[in-house]
Design a protein around this ligand. Structure first.
Ligand SMILES: [Zn+2]
Length: 63
């Protein structure tokens, strides 16, 4: 049986168990995205993408 796989909620990359970086409300964010979020600025073309990705998590929580 295969090991449980985890997917980064932001880049949708399959993660190895040891790669699980940030766990936000049951969703994994890989180390790459985590550091990306930390360094993101409003001028970054990825800013909206990451912001909407995180918003999905919050919306699920509040639903
Ligand atoms: Zn990621």
């Amino acid at each position: 049986m295969a090991e449980a796989t985890y997917t980064c909620i932001l880049c949708l990359r399959a993660l190895q168990a040891e790669e699980q970086g940030l766990l936000v409300l049951g969703h994994n964010i890989c180390p790459e995205c985590e550091s990306k979020i930390v360094s993101l600025t409003r001028d970054d073309p990825d800013y909206e993408h990451f912001k909407s990705g995180l918003k999905k998590i919050w919306q699920r929580l509040g639903a």
